[in-house]
Design a protein around this ligand. Structure first.
Ligand code: HEC
Length: 114
């Protein structure tokens, strides 16, 4: 019985990961390509400046929303930040989903996780 519950649980987790529309491996490759760790820290828990946000384990939809907001810039639902505006320029919608899935998958020190 416990095994059955565990199997159902794992299936549910796997389905959740796939459903998100973000690919963790592709997201990892993108963060390496664009060196996001150079500011946010190599484990995404230890940013180089205390005013820079921790990203590891942050909610996936929040991360995707934030990156999209930097792309929008000024205006409705936009974020204007001199540093991040440049960072998000080359990202496609799929890139954003992949990056969000990857960062969400990382072990976190954020109190908001789970
Ligand atoms: C040069 C330093 C730097 C680099 C490189 C950088 N970031 Fe950032 N990032 C920041 C700063 C500073 C902020 C906070 C900006 C603000 O106040 O809105 C931020 C904010 C964010 C946020 C919003 C987090 C939140 O809690 O709202 C996300 C998501 C993010 N960055 C992802 C990335 C990704 C993905 C990359 C690589 C493509 C990247 N960053 C590269 C400095 C950087």
């Amino acid at each position: 019985m416990n095994k059955l519950i565990a199997a159902i649980g794992l299936t549910w987790i796997a389905a959740g990961t796939a459903q998100a529309g973000g690919n963790v491996d592709a997201g990892k490759a993108l963060t390496e390509k664009y060196a996001c760790f150079s500011c946010h820290g190599k484990d995404y828990n230890t940013p180089i400046d205390p005013s820079y946000p921790k990203l590891a384990g942050q909610h996936r939809d929040y991360l995707a929303h934030a990156l999209t907001a930097y792309q929008r810039g000024d205006g409705a639902n936009g974020r204007n930040n001199a540093i991040m505006t440049g960072q998000v320029k080359p990202l496609s919608k799929q890139d954003i989903q992949d990056i969000a899935a990857y960062l969400h998958s990382l072990p976190t020190t954020l109190a908001t996780h789970r």
